[in-house]
Design a protein around this ligand. Structure first.
Ligand code: APR
Length: 248
């Protein structure tokens, strides 16, 4: 691992435009479960039954009951960890421009990152299905399920359900930064969900170096990524920052 940490710090120091793609793995150190693998949400629930827009529209009570109530509590209690603050430090060192995140927990922004593309929306706000009125998540009291708007419409999270399109501006900006960057850090994602998993491929095809940080290999390892640093994102980011501060 030492050699790869050094190599990553040197690659980042030499890079002109660095971006990062993040996934649920980086928030596990903040107490939010991942979706796949051991202890993943999809081990307990069928995502097509509880996280697909058709399932929500058919039975919002069930989806709120089973998934959303639990997610809301966990996400509201979570705090950034060293992987989030590590990316903020990288930005403060002038070595990271934009983060593309699949996470809906808003922890990058809480950690101080200033340019975060929420590829799958966020859980920090909800909207009314009828009048589209927006609510900050902490304003939404789960006194009834599903929670209701003042107009009595049903509230839904601003997170992207399966079966829904990626917000067009998020997709456009992500494809642009993936094309323009010369280094992409890929942290805590299994890279199994499209089109997010396409971003490292676009970056690779346009000449960027792809560095993965993950305790396990993924769909990108050995095909798209140049190298994988096997470890927890918080620890690895701390070590890369320490190395980088020596070089810069
Ligand atoms: N540090 C880094 N990586 C970690 C850590 C950690 N501490 N813990 C786990 N991981 C890795 C796992 O090895 C796995 O590869 O994080 C990855 C988590 O994968 P998923 O649970 O599939 O999460 P993600 O890739 O973000 O899922 C993509 O799928 O369910 C949908 O919309 C949801 O945004 C989500 C999308």
């Amino acid at each position: 691992m030492d050699t790869l940490i050094k190599r990553a710090a040197e690659d980042i120091a030499a890079a002109k435009l660095v971006t990062a793609l993040t996934g649920a793995g980086i928030s596990t150190e903040s107490g939010i479960p991942p979706f796949r693998g051991k202890g993943g949400l999809w081990e307990r629930f069928d995502p097509m039954e509880v996280a697909h827009i058709d399932a929500f529209m058919q039975d919002p009570t069930r989806v709120w009951e089973i998934l959303l109530k639990e997610m809301k509590t966990i996400v509201e209690a979570a705090r950034p960890n060293d992987s989030h603050t590590g990316l903020t430090k990288l930005e403060n060192l002038g070595k990271l421009s934009t983060i593309i995140t699949q996470n809906v927990d808003g922890l990058h922004q809480v950690a101080g990152s200033t340019d975060v593309i929420e590829f799958h929306g966020n859980f920090a706000s909800h909207r009314c299905l009828d009048c589209q009125k927006q609510y900050a998540s902490h304003e939404v009291q789960i006194t009834q399920i599903p929670p209701r708007c003042d107009c009595n419409g049903i509230l839904r999270p601003n997170a992207v359900f399966f079966g829904e399109l990626i917000p067009p501006e998020a997709l456009r900006r992500s494809q642009k930064i993936a094309t323009d960057c010369d280094l992409m850090l890929v942290l805590g994602t299994s890279a199994e969900v499209q089109p997010a998993a396409m971003m490292p491929v676009i970056a690779k095809d346009t000449g960027a170096t792809i560095i993965e940080i993950n305790p396990q290999s993924t769909a990108l390892t050995g095909t798209v990524s140049d190298y994988l640093i096997k470890g927890k994102a918080g620890e690895v980011m701390n070590r890369i920052i320490a190395e980088l501060e020596q070089i810069l």
